[in-house]
Ligand binder design. Structure first.
Ligand code: CTP
Ligand code: MG
Length: 180
């Protein structure tokens, strides 16, 4: 049951980053790199827009704020699951995770373009984990609470699986042309 607590708490903690990353697909407006290239390749590409960044940051912030308010007096105020404390004490918790998620996602796009991988073409591993690594890096330095190593490892395994599951649903509901 300890492992269940670890998985639950890890998903709970990372949820603003999942939120930011999912809602960024509703991006709009100008590309963050302003259409600029470096050595003949786009800096980030058209898949990173200011609108996506904004939507990701706002939704991630709101998601974290929800956990914060539920921690203040609501149902999460007394929730411990063994060693796992579910109280969020910083109202900006979600923003830190969203900022990290968006930064990690952009760093990944930057690296993909340098490797000559076009916008939207897959780079296995990085596409699924970039935002998680970015979010946890930011949270490690900014948020007053953090996760333990076992939870980190759980997230590295579970996130790609959730990604795969989401893509299967998108494929079966015909919102995506490829299965992965
Ligand atoms: N998106 C956005 N702005 C962001 C992040 C994402 O507008 N900051 C939108 C884009 O429409 C993007 C989609 O969300 O195509 C999916 O995001 P992602 O998979 O990260 O981008 P890709 O198009 O796959 O591009 P890349 O190869 O650079 O990862
Ligand atoms: Mg992609």
């Amino acid at each position: 049951m300890w492992i269940l607590g670890a998985i639950l708490h890890a998903l709970y903690y990372i949820s603003p980053a999942y939120c930011a990353n999912s809602f960024a697909i509703f991006g709009f407006g100008k590309p963050v790199d302003g259409g600029r290239s470096w050595k003949g390749k786009r800096l980030l590409g058209d898949g990173k827009t200011w609108g996506g960044l904004l939507v990701g940051l706002i939704t991630g912030m709101l998601f974290g704020l929800m956990w914060y308010f539920l921690s203040q007096s609501g149902p999460l105020n007394q929730v411990y699951y063994g060693v796992f404390d579910f109280r969020i004490t910083d109202p900006f918790f979600g923003l830190y995770l969203a900022l990290g998620a968006m930064a990690g996602d952009m760093v990944a796009s930057f690296l993909k373009r340098r490797m000559g991988i076009e916008r939207g073409k897959p780079l296995w591993g990085m596409d699924q984990l970039d935002f998680v690594l970015g979010a946890l890096l930011f949270a490690y330095f900014l948020a007053p609470t953090f996760i333990i190593l076992e939870e980190f490892i759980a997230l590295l395994i579970i996130t790609p699986l959730i990604h795969l599951l989401g893509n299967q649903i998108a494929y079966l509901t015909k919102q995506k042309k490829v299965r992965w």
